[in-house]
Design a protein around this ligand. Structure first.
Ligand code: ATP
Ligand code: MG
Length: 252
């Protein structure tokens, strides 16, 4: 059974159609990539998957349960299945690294402070940030913030981890580190991984399967290898743009 299934999802903001009959299935344990230019609707799609947004029409199933109809309490429980690394890392500025990473455990577990501290230090070690417990987010580089956000997302052992643009705005060496970390966590924790990016090179290093979102519509859905034989000119342009540096905004 698919762990996430999206059926005919349509979303408008004001009168603008941002998602247009999106259908998508993600299987348990796989690494799925959603590609698309800036503004294609990638983050909006993710927000529907974790129930932060409600569709105008269509359904989102998580392990067979339609989450678009759930009460807030039930939805909160489903959300614990997800670890999310937001596009801007979204750390709590007034909390230390330790408090940020341990956040879900403080809220949702019966562990003592000492036990949480131990867990936090284990996960910080996993993301190569040992000893940063007492630092505040403003004392961290962009790449470090991402890694703190990743530790925070996985500490509750979610079934699915979602990364929204995990490598945007960080230097190439840190990008490589994040990509290796995502792949390492995937195998260590056997976690279903959903990555959203407009960086094809990064995406291809992570994904088994991918979908291409264009102006709110899925125009490709298949195996990573299938992208190599793609005939769709709009995707070819995107792939070319990605391999020759930043994508230029072009009308497709
Ligand atoms: N809360 C909102 N209210 C109104 N419009 C919104 C809202 N959130 C997103 N949009 C619009 O929806 C469209 C898709 O936005 P989205 O953030 O999903 O793009 P994206 O593919 O994630 O882009 P990027 O790669 O830049 O992150 C954009 O036109 C955006 O302006
Ligand atoms: Mg986005």
């Amino acid at each position: 059974m698919s762990i996430i299934k999206i059926e005919n999802l349509t979303k408008y903001f004001n009168s603008k159609k941002v998602l247009d009959k999106v259908n998508l299935e993600i299987n348990e344990g796989e690494s799925f990539l959603i590609l698309g230019r800036s503004g294609a609707g990638k983050t909006v799609l993710l927000k529907h998957i974790i129930g932060l947004l409600k569709p105008d029409s269509g359904k989102v199933f998580v392990e067979g349960i339609d989450i678009t109809m759930l009460s807030k309490e039930k939805l909160d429980r489903i959300r614990l299945k997800f670890g999310v690394v937001f596009q801007n890392s979204a750390l709590f500025d007034s909390l230390t690294v330790e408090e940020n990473v341990g956040f879900a455990l403080y809220r949702h577990s019966d562990l003592t402070r000492e036990q949480i501290a131990k867990e936090v230090s284990h996960y910080l070690e996993m993301v190569d940030l040992k000893g940063t417990e007492k630092l505040y987010p403003h004392e961290l580089s962009g790449g470090m913030k991402k890694r703190v956000a990743i530790a925070r997302a996985v500490i509750y052992r979610p079934k699915i981890i979602i990364y929204d643009e995990p490598t945007t705005g960080i230097d190439p060496i840190s990008v490589d580190k994040i990509v290796s970390l995502i792949n390492e966590l995937k195998s260590k924790l056997s976690i279903t991984t959903l990555v959203v990016t407009h960086d094809l090179n990064v995406g291809l290093k992570i994904a088994d399967r991918c979908a291409f979102l264009l102006k709110g519509r899925i125009i490709f859905d298949g195996k990573r290898e299938d992208l190599e034989h793609i005939k769709d000119e709009r995707i070819i342009q995107f792939i070319r743009g990605s391999s020759f540096g930043p994508i230029k905004e072009m009308e497709v």
